[in-house]
Design a protein. Structure first.
Lengths: 252, 365
């Protein structure tokens, strides 16, 4: 058997077993713990490695196909199955609905998150683009105010009305006062407030998505996440609050 | 054409400017960090809980006001503004006249403090400080002096604990968060406009993303009220004062204070922005702390309300709204010239502020 064919055999066997496990998972049947079919003979590992990326791609495609059907069937969980899932009596029995339920809970999400990082990265990129657009829009609005200020300044400086400007400082002060007024008008405008709101919102969403990515990395590498630390700190604050309340009760 | 600059005059002006820059550079060269220290009035720590520290200022004169005064600044900015420099210090002014003065320092909140609420600060930390002073002096009640957001803290505390408050002085304190918006000058009320331009979920997400309300963000919002001044303070404002040592040091001290803007704890910031700036619940009698409404009618002690006539952050109408809402007839208003911070640091109002507060405390404590 050529190494390529050997690899294909392994792939088929693996895919077949995964498929049957998945089918069992969505239909609530006991999981097929034993291999189906016979394992192909061992061959040249180096040769197999040469084809591994192609085989993996094929496997991913097959999994994607199974998933489409699987989620549809998975939605058919009946109330009885749900009851069993949370019934402590059921938990005692090996191979029971509880085990199946556990499998659904443990394998399901793992399967569903196969391309989770890719989706997250894509989402982050989209948010980055949104943020960049909103920042650009914000600067457009701000720039328009500066342009307006310059127009006004040129008009006032060219006008013969008013006190003559006889020093550089007077000219500078006129420019600063004109610019200040134009900027303040802009800061109060609905256009600016909308641009600012959008920029704040998209920056915030980007930051949160960035955190989600960082937390995924942390989870894989056994590092506490921001969310976990936040939860911990919340507990500490609540405990301190309780201590304070108890102390003041004691005093009273 | 209004511009009629004589080239020879322009040259003279440029020469004078260059000379000033040269003198200024020499001054800046010899200025060291120790020359621009702020909040230097001696004080000692007397109580601490978490990051909050209660300080007692060392008396500099014989006590003339019987009830000790507890000063509370807000969480936006720091209390050091009341003691910016020796000759412009409300703290030193009050001490010199015999006031026994304490100040609460909220510390520098970090992400770990994001869950602290206004209840924690008002009922918790402020309450603990009040109780400490009451126990130490064996008295029933203390006098409160609230500044800006700290004024809202003392107002809420006084409404919830009237028996523990002998008198209350408020300075530049917002009460009606929507007042003063109509027909106001362009630079007035921009914080309210900014806060109300966000939806409630926007505020929640902002805090979720940052943990706290970042001090830098608040600095940007403040800068929007005086946009050109903020943009030109180092290339126009600084040049204007850099050849005058006293003015230069004043400038640098103010910069030091401005740069020290801590983050506002997240949950408390949500309440501040949503309940107060957006929904204006305090004046509606619907503002709740720990599930209980803050009833301003319960404020039955004498109240002195000091505000700045040119305040662009807390418009006078916002703070004057307190009068009909409280349950005491002993209400006094003191309008002072200047802006929000100017009341505390300008030479013009500084003398009036300290003397007026002292006179009122002496009569009402």
């Amino acid at each position: 058997m050529k190494s390529f064919e050997q690899g294909n055999e392994w792939m088929k066997l693996w895919a077949e077993n995964q498929k049957s496990m998945f089918e069992a998972w969505v239909s609530g049947k006991p999981p097929p713990f034993a291999f189906r079919g016979e394992a192909p003979p061992a061959g040249d590992a180096m040769g197999q490695a040469a084809q591994i990326s192609d085989l993996m791609r094929q496997s991913m495609e097959q999994w994607a196909e199974y998933a489409k059907g699987g989620w549809t069937k998975g939605a058919q969980l009946d109330p009885e199955a749900m009851r069993k899932l949370f019934d402590p009596e059921e938990w005692k029995r090996a191979g029971s609905a509880f085990d199946l339920g556990m499998e659904k809970l443990t394998e399901g999400p793992t399967y569903a998150t196969l391309w989770d990082m890719d989706r997250k990265t894509l989402g982050l990129q989209k948010l980055w683009v949104e943020r960049a657009k909103d920042v650009e829009r914000y600067w457009e609005v701000t720039q328009a105010a500066w342009t307006k200020a310059l127009e006004r300044f040129m008009k006032v400086a060219a006008d013969n009305k008013g006190e003559p400007i006889t020093s550089g400082r007077q000219l500078l002060d006129l420019w600063l006062a004109t610019a200040n007024k134009a900027l303040l008008e802009m800061h109060r405008s609905e256009e600016f407030l909308e641009a600012q709101r959008r920029m704040t919102r998209s920056s915030t969403e980007y930051r949160l998505a960035e955190r989600e990515m960082a937390e995924a990395f942390c989870e894989v590498h056994h590092i506490p996440t921001r969310t976990e630390v936040d939860e911990l700190q919340r507990t500490v604050v609540e405990l301190r609050r309780e201590i304070r309340a108890l102390k003041s009760k004691g005093k009273a | 054409m209004r511009v009629k600059v004589d080239p020879r005059e322009a040259m003279k002006e440029f020469t004078a400017f260059s000379e000033r820059i040269q003198r200024g550079r020499e001054l800046l060269d010899k200025t060291r960090d120790k020359d621009v220290q702020i909040a230097t009035t001696p004080k000692r720590e007397v109580f601490r809980q978490d990051k909050v520290v209660l300080y007692h200022y060392t008396p500099t004169a014989k006590k003339t006001v019987s009830t000790p005064v507890l000063m509370a600044y807000g969480l936006i900015g720091r209390y050091t503004m009341a003691d910016l420099q020796e000759d412009r210090s409300l703290v030193r002014n009050l001490l010199a006249q015999g006031v026994d003065l304490y100040v609460v320092d909220w510390g520098t909140p970090t992400r770990g403090d994001r869950w602290l609420t206004l209840e924690d600060y008002i009922d918790g930390y402020l309450g603990e400080c009040v109780d400490f002073i009451r126990e130490k002096h064996k008295i029933e009640a203390v006098s409160l002096l609230g500044i800006c957001e700290g004024g809202v803290f003392t107002t809420c505390y006084a409404a919830r604990n009237p028996k523990k408050v002998k008198s209350m002085t408020l300075t530049i304190t917002p009460i009606d968060f929507h007042a003063g918006a109509k027909d106001a000058p362009l630079h007035h009320g921009l914080i309210g406009l900014w806060a109300r331009s966000m939806t409630k979920p926007d505020v929640d997400r902002l805090i979720e993303a940052n943990g706290n309300l970042p001090g830098e963000l608040m600095s940007v919002v403040f800068s929007m009220m005086t946009p050109v001044n903020s943009l030109t303070k180092y290339n126009v404002g600084l040049f204007d004062v850099m050849d005058d040592e006293k003015k230069l040091l004043n400038f640098l001290r103010m910069e030091k204070w401005l740069a020290d803007r801590p983050d506002h704890p997240g949950e408390a910031a949500k309440q501040w922005l949503k309940d107060l700036y957006q929904d204006n619940l305090l004046v509606k009698g619907e503002f709740k702390l720990g599930g209980r409404k803050v009833d301003l009618k319960k404020i039955n002690m004498p109240v002195l309300n000091v505000f700045a006539e040119e305040d662009h952050i807390v418009p006078p109408k916002s703070t004057q709204a307190l009068k009909p809402l409280i349950g005491t007839k002993k209400y006094t208003e003191l309008p002072l010239p200047g802006g929000h911070v100017g009341v505390f640091v300008s030479g013009k109002s500084q003398g009036i502020l300290g003397k007026s507060i002292y006179g009122w405390l002496k009569a009402n404590s």
